[in-house]
Write a protein that binds this ligand. Structure first.
Ligand code: ARG
Length: 476
């Protein structure tokens, strides 16, 4: 492909050969070249180049005819890029910007050499990267909404299912399964909002800031930003080329979302064990063992739990690259893309698998209810019953604790203790107490806002469905 574009021997077709008398050492190129990574920015680089050509035309640097020819050639380059199976290493281009320019010059000769007037790869790469990340954040937000929709479907499919709620992974109080699902939906709602917040800061246009000091050509930066559908231009040229906090913020949001997914995965893994046996998962989303014929393993969910590590690490990796960098651009910043691409890819697969997994999940209602009956999860409600009969809560707590000990010694639940036994410790009790000890009664009483009472959960479910619907309508 293509003839070397510019003069000197820096690298075949390098953008900066003139000052150099000797060619680049292959080992230098091995560390310096980034085409293999930033090739993913080809489309954005061309989009940005078209916007820059238009800026130059409006500034009178390019004639209308030159602009038209450049745009046509850039579109041809875009097709060429789309045809490439992988990055075109054989071109010898150092990075995606050099490749696009090299192809442009091959197509339109000297006119191609005019495009870089007043532009630097520093404002160029920052623009490309922001364009790419903005689209990636939108895609991740849509995938997140799909996970939330799957959680809401799961809640609807399991209407009325009661399960134990846990603290310290010990059975604590009964809850509705839908309440559990809605808890994750709340967390993922905030994760979606964090991506949206990050997007707002990604959405500023560095183009027209040059290498660091601004461009010497009278381009209309606001118009360039508009052409690329950015909210507006970056305000300061040094900041525009030297900052990557927009990527850090996206990575932080992705890492936090990874933490949510990892916790959801952990719950599912536990519930899928024979010890819990709350959960069945379709065969298509599980795997077997090469040795043990009976095994059905939740591999995919375990990987959801594990990939959080990578997501957190990518934030840290870029934060450490950026800390201590003097203004403005430093080549260190070329390391921003690999990890950001990887994080967005990993988050995407996690979200897509997560949604599919939730749709493949069925909870065993009877088993969940039995577990909710055990572990004295209704002890708080017995204490509350005493409170209603005038016993101060701390005193009620102590007396019910003693009753739990009696029940434990007999290996029975509290509701199986006869009234006379209950009354030995709590003379205030009467027959009415038994009705209060069923899981359903325990749920019913958690009726303050945010609680697990069926009515509250029903309202919460409707609110979450409406919220999701509203967000999705906002995207259409
Ligand atoms: N490949 C480079 C990057 O990703 C492009 C910018 C190069 N700029 C420079 N002054 N060498 O950062």
């Amino acid at each position: 492909m293509g003839t070397p574009s510019a003069g000197g021997p820096g690298a075949p077709g390098a953008m900066w050969g003139g000052r150099f008398a000797a060619p680049a050492d292959p080992l230098f190129r091995a560390v310096n070249d980034s085409l293999g990574v930033d090739w993913r920015l080809a489309r954005e680089d061309i989009q940005g180049s078209i916007a820059w050509a238009s800026g130059l035309e409006r500034a009178g640097v390019l004639s209308r005819a030159e602009y038209d020819r450049l745009v046509e050639a850039l579109k041809t380059v875009e097709h060429e890029a789309a045809e490439c199976a992988g990055s075109p290493v054989e071109s010898g281009a150092e990075d995606v910007h050099s490749w696009v320019e090299q192809r442009l010059i091959a197509l339109v000769g000297d006119l191609g050499k005019k495009l870089h007037t007043g532009r630097s790869r520093n404002d160029q790469v920052a623009t490309d990267f922001r364009l790419w990340l903005r689209a990636a954040l939108d895609e991740r937000a849509a995938e997140l909404r799909a996970v939330r929709a799957a959680l809401l479907r799961l809640a609807q499919r399991h209407d009325g299912v009661v399960m134990p709620g846990y603290t310290h992974l010990q059975r604590a109080q009964p809850i509705l399964l839908a309440h559990w699902a809605l808890a994750y939906e709340e967390m993922l709602f905030r994760d979606t909002a964090r991506l949206r917040d990050a997007r707002a800061r990604v959405d500023e246009c560095p183009l027209g800031c040059g290498a660091l000091a601004g461009t010497a050509y009278p381009v209309d930066r606001a118009a360039i930003a508009r052409d690329l559908a950015f909210a507006g231009p970056c305000a300061n040229s040094l900041d525009a080329v030297a900052s990557r906090d927009f990527a850090l913020e996206a990575l932080a949001a992705s890492a936090i979302c990874g933490v949510t997914l990892s916790r959801l995965a952990e719950d599912l893994i536990l519930y899928f064990t024979d010890e819990f046996a709350f959960l069945r998962i379709a065969d298509s989303m599980t795997s077997g063992s090469s040795l043990m014929p009976q095994k059905k393993n939740p591999d995919a969910i375990e990987l959801l739990r594990a990939k959080c590590g990578r997501l957190c690490a990518e934030f840290q990796a870029l934060a450490v690259v950026m800390k201590g960098l003097p203004l403005a651009y430093n080549k260190d910043m070329q390391e921003d893309k690999r990890g950001t691409f990887a994080a967005m890819d990993e988050l995407s697969i996690c979200l897509r698998v997560g949604a599919r997994m939730l749709d493949a999940a069925t909870f065993e209602a009877a088993r969940c209810r039995t577990a909710a009956l055990g572990g004295y999860a209704n002890a708080t409600d017995l204490a509350d019953y005493l409170v209603e009969r005038g016993v101060p809560f701390r005193e009620a707590h102590d007396r019910v604790g003693r009753l739990v000990r009696v029940a434990l010694a007999r290996s029975v639940p509290l509701e199986d203790l006869p009234l006379e036994t209950l009354r030995e410790t709590c003379p205030e009790l009467d027959e009415g107490v038994y009705a209060r000890l069923s899981p359903e009664a325990c749920l019913e009483r958690r009726a303050a806002l945010g609680g697990t009472a069926p009515q509250r959960v029903g309202e919460a479910l409707r609110r979450s469905l409406a919220r999701l619907e509203h967000e999705e309508a906002g995207q259409r």
